[in-house]
Design a protein around this ligand. Structure first.
Ligand code: HEM
Length: 420
């Protein structure tokens, strides 16, 4: 688009597919809000079809009655503020486990004083994945997990499969443009990769869904404890087992990578700008103190922490001096809450229009808690053998091209790191 000096471009691919690319927020809003009746249905692509098991889910279903049903269930019931509150104890467990796990990793390397090398991506992804698993299935792990609270091989395989699915969602697949070839050929291997990754998610999830349905049918389960119970017992619109299974696949794909990648970028930027990291720590010391761990109830007062996350979502062509990491640009009015969403699309956060992310509250909570806990619990530094942190975007998505490795040193007294 730079080459043609344009903000909107239409390309014809294959026999009948027109791809329209836009690179400015106002044009994107025109498509997603003003003309949404025309553009709301997503295109028929193989990756969507496979993930949603034939368009059963809210994000992928065409704009018809089924979409309306799923949208109502997801926004009003599954991701409502009431359910969000109900599930807080499960997220609290994971926020404690996050500190415990990083502390144990440092301790294992006998590096409490000098600090230990931590993969921010791995701890962040597993924080969100474990929290989601606990909220959906009422268990932190599919397998046994590790002794230090870390993920077992089942969890590692599961999270890797989610990353593979996201990597291939909407990437170029020849049969999307020549639909008559679908099912006859898999030239680029795209279909096999997607099917294998989806099978991995389903081999862990589906038996749990079947068992739970059976428990409700035979009376072994009488009370709701998690989102799976809510999905199974939805009264107004009964969901089929296939709809429940497909919707869970979509929820975990939508929920796990976004908060962890946002925090990975943010921590990376903060390590590069120690004064910003210091200000975030100062905010935590002022709002929470050092004798208590930051809790979800503190989030409304953590404006600087949220502004740091918001800065990691920004779009370069909208802001002045865009490459400078400057959280202050989001704190204009003293006393006004910083929110991570932006309906006008000046940043890539939760989208806008009818497909706007229904997980904004949960996404904001998990992302802010993740960043707040790791900043409160640890000092972060560049690894000794590297001169600086390199923050380079992948060429085909918005993630960091390499997982962020950084040195973490405990900054609170030992007794503040949960033992269980
Ligand atoms: C930092 C965290 C998150 C970010 C940045 C984020 C961002 C987004 C974006 C940009 C979209 C697409 C909007 C579009 O297609 O126009 C989306 C859709 C969606 N998100 Fe999120 N999300 C986050 C967390 C979550 C969480 C925690 C959940 C649920 C558990 C969730 C569930 C969904 C669903 C179901 C959709 C599809 C909605 C639809 O197409 O109607 N998201 N999200």
């Amino acid at each position: 688009m730079d080459q043609f000096n344009t903000r909107i471009l239409c390309i014809r691919l294959g026999s009948s597919t027109h791809v329209i690319a836009v690179s400015s927020p106002d044009l994107a809003c025109e498509f997603l809000k003003k003309q949404d009746e025309i553009f709301i249905s997503r295109p028929d692509v193989l990756s969507d079809y496979l993930i949603s098991d034939g368009y059963l889910t809210v994000a992928m279903a065409p704009f018809q009655e089924h979409w309306k049903k799923m949208k109502r269930i997801i926004t009003r019931d599954i991701l409502s503020s009431q359910i969000h509150k109900w599930l807080q104890p499960k997220r609290d467990i994971e926020a404690d486990q996050l500190l415990r796990r990083i502390y144990k990793q440092i301790e294992k390397k006998d590096a409490i004083v000098d600090g230990g090398l931590i993969s921010v991506r791995t701890v962040s992804q597993h924080f969100v994945a474990n929290a989601m698993r606990n909220m959906i299935f009422g268990k932190r792990f599919f397998g046994q997990g590790m002794e230090d609270g870390g993920p077992g091989e089942e969890e590692t395989e599961y999270v890797a499969a989610i990353s593979t699915i996201l990597k291939h969602l909407y990437t170029f697949c020849i049969t999307d443009y020549f639909p008559w070839l679908r099912g006859k050929t898999d030239f680029d291997g795209h279909e096999k990769i997607m099917r294998t990754a989806i099978e991995i998610l389903r081999k862990y999830q589906d038996p749990l869904v079947d068992d739970r349905i059976e428990m409700w049918n035979n009376g072994a389960r009488k009370e709701k404890y998690d989102l799976l119970d809510v999905l199974i017992n939805h009264e107004n619109h009964k969901l089929t087992p296939e709809e429940i299974k497909a919707q869970i696949v979509e929820l975990v794909i939508a929920a796990i990578d976004n908060p962890s990648h946002a925090v990975e970028w943010t921590i990376g930027e903060m390590i590069k700008e120690p004064m910003i990291l210091k200000r975030a720590v100062k905010e935590l010391d002022r709002v929470v103190g050092r004798q208590k761990l930051v809790e979800e109830q503190d989030i409304p007062q953590l404006n600087y922490i949220k502004a740091c996350i918001k800065e990691a979502f920004r779009k370069p062509n909208v802001w002045a001096d865009p490459l400078r990491f400057d959280p202050d640009r989001h704190i204009r009015d003293e006393g006004k809450q910083v929110v991570l969403s932006d309906n006008e699309l000046r940043m890539v956060s939760f989208g806008t229009g009818k497909h706007r992310c229904p997980g904004r509250m949960l996404g904001t909570t998990m992302t802010t808690m993740l960043l707040a806990r790791v900043v409160q619990g640890f000092e972060w530094e560049v690894p000794c053998n590297e001169g600086s942190i390199e923050l380079v975007e992948n060429y085909d998505d918005l993630c960091l091209s390499k997982p962020l490795l950084a040195i973490a040193k405990p900054r609170l007294p030992r007794y503040m790191y949960p033992e269980y």
